[in-house]
Write a protein that binds this ligand. Structure first.
Ligand code: FMN
Length: 227
């Protein structure tokens, strides 16, 4: 069953939460995927850089491997990603018949153009060179390292999504990897072993988020021993 209301605030008998916690919950509740973006930012680029550096410094990582890598593309570099790199790859695939022309013209091209209208893109990567030494050092956990690296990367993504929202920027999360990995690495002369995990497009919101439905909390949360 799917319900449309958010029931996560329904604990009416509980004492009010500390203000900082209430602010955090509001940030989490109000962060949404925003696809209609304009190419402006309420904060300067130096502060965007600060958000990224804060994420990379302070996010937790499995065994403190600090394996996540982040690249911030702004202005012309952001446009170069969506108009030059990604669009170029799709146009090649359409030419070769690998993507139907009607899919390109009816869907993909418009999507890429909407990303291009944003202010910037955050590229998330993992550096896999951290996995092999950890697997050797802790063989008992070796199967866990690749997925913990993905979890670590997702923590960076979510933190930055919230941080962008907190300053008034909207964002959406894209996954054109692995299609674009090689071209991205080449275009910005990045280490060739970095693995692209996600692309977060952001800008000033130019339209509301779409409607969101919520599955019942009772099916998704269980609490034992509460007093
Ligand atoms: C792990 C993950 C992968 C996602 N991948 C994509 C994606 O490739 N393209 C996209 O448009 N949205 C993607 N999204 C956004 C989700 O569709 C979106 O978060 C979800 O529908 C809930 O909407 P909200 O972000 O507005 O709360 C992804 C979200 C997550 C958490």
């Amino acid at each position: 069953m799917t319900v449309t209301t958010d029931s996560s605030n329904n604990n009416n008998n509980a004492a009010p939460l500390p203000a900082s916690t209430a602010a955090l919950l509001d940030l989490a509740r109000l962060r949404r995927s925003i696809y209609t973006l304009s190419p402006t930012s309420p904060i300067p680029d130096a502060q965007l850089r600060q958000l990224v550096e804060h994420a990379v410094t302070h996010m937790p990582s499995g065994f403190n491997t600090q394996s996540s890598r982040v690249v911030l593309l702004l202005h012309d570099e952001h446009k170069k990603l969506w108009r030059g790199v990604v669009r170029g790859i799709f146009e090649g695939m359409v030419e070769r018949g690998e993507v139907p022309r009607e899919v390109w013209e009816g869907q993909t091209r418009g999507k890429l153009e909407s990303f291009e209208r944003g202010y910037g893109t955050i590229l998330f990567f993992e550096d896999p060179t951290h996995i092999a030494p950890m697997s050797e050092k802790f063989p008992i956990y070796k199967d866990g390292f690749p997925q913990w690296a993905q979890h670590t990367n997702a923590i960076h993504q979510y933190f930055l999504w919230l941080a962008l929202h907190s300053v008034g920027l909207g964002a959406n999360l894209q996954h054109y990897n692995p299609l674009i990995d090689e071209a991205v690495i080449k275009s910005w002369s990045l280490p060739t072993h970095w693995k692209l995990t996600a692309q977060m497009v952001f800008g000033t919101p130019a339209a509301e988020a779409g409607e969101k439905t919520f599955k019942p909390l009772e099916e998704r949360v269980k609490v034992f021993g509460a007093q």
